[in-house]
Design a protein around this ligand. Sequence first.
Ligand code: BG6
Length: 493
Amino acid sequence: MIIFGASGDLTRRKLMPALYQLYCFHKLPEGFRILGTGRIHYEDEAYQEYIGKELKEFLPSRDQDEEALKAFTSLLHYVAADPSKEEGYQAIKKRLEEMQGGGEKSSLLFYLATPPSLYGVIPPFLKKAGLHEEPNRIVVEKPFGYDLESARKLNQIYKSVFEEEQIYRIDHFLGKETVQNILAFRFANGIFEPLWNRNYIEYIEVTAVENMGVESRGGYFNSAGTLRDMVQNHLLQLVAITAMEPPVSFNADYFRNELLKIYESLTPFTQEQISRNIIRGQYTASDTNPAYRQEKDIPEDSRTETYVAMKIGIDNWRWSGVPFFIRTGKELPTKVTEIVVHFKDAPHQMFSYPGGKGKIVNTLILRIQPNEGIVLKFGMKLPGTGFQVQEVSMDFSYSQLSGEPVMDAYARLIEDCIAGDATLFNRSDVVESSWTFLEPVLTWWKEHAEAPLYGYPAGTWGPIESEALISSCGTSWTNPCKNLTDTDKYCEL
Ligand code: BG6
């Protein structure tokens, strides 16, 4: 495995811990080795030491075993190479030949953990160096493209170098056990699918929020923004998996064909809907945390969004008229990813409810992270005379399911790449389709600098305006944004 961007954030935080996990579970093939590459110069030993130190920071302490760490880091090699220069690839090739020691050629897995600006640069150089042929594969991170046009161009570049089967466009949300479990929950059971449509579902919320800011990724994030960083990929994937039809069988093409149908059915945004159905925000300073504009590498007048909430529709038989409310943002009060399915009310209410509530609300919460689990809420009669009905919850927690440690999303996906299974990776048409859906929004924001950008103090549930978005359905977010009474602290930027 050759990692471009070998000393970058993604490699330190995600790839190396995932590879270490695979190593500990004996899931790496015989003779597997890792060649890191980047502009910085390291000798192998120095790189091994550096990654060893980073692993101690990013691995949970229960997974840290001195002997295993030492054995794992001994698989690491490093070659300094500038990925934008042809000489760099000669250096990589030479180093690979040395590692193979004149023996049989190994299969190579290239992983692009670089800034997105290099995604289109690296493949043609790999071709020139003759490193592109089957069975070699390439993994490329999201966001794949910056907009529709650049995504199309990138796809053309990749297709001019590789066969589609060699290209693994990664979206690590698909590697999460709990995301895959949405499929099992829906399609391995006979009892939910009959209800999973416009006849029984009022609306669906998809939330993926975090309580950290941009940390050391300011440079990348400020040019991307939340729409590209989270919505185009992770959030739309969650919507598609929740909404898709059952595939004929669980193989890469059938599965991705069904995902594509959802992307193609997303109701296109008109200009009027962009202003009405999309709220973008940026965090401002709180008593304890700095504003986005005060973070490292962020311009003082940045208008990049760190929060997006949207009402989207799916134009097909199953979902016509059912709104999907999605939201994602940085510097919110907590880190949580969940999908909340709100069922329609019972058609006739004849009981009384404690606390002056007028009805029981049936919801199903698919909790992706943390406290991974599923919760179903419904009404039960309170014991005693009269007929008072109270809401109760039926909870399932994934920790009850198996004693097996849950594989990290990246570990699962790297394992799939090694095995040549592309089911959980994006196909070119799926990626282009998601950009097609977002294109009018990107264009509108680009051409209308005055389009509202709402400030929200770090540590709150996002702009107050996002409440109005969902209240059109007569309801509020499952975690409401009304947690700050001091409305003076919210302002348009
Ligand atoms: C990444 C985004 O893809 O996903 C980050 O670039 C975000 O900005 C991260 O923090 C969230 O992933 P997870 O798995 O930690 O929820």
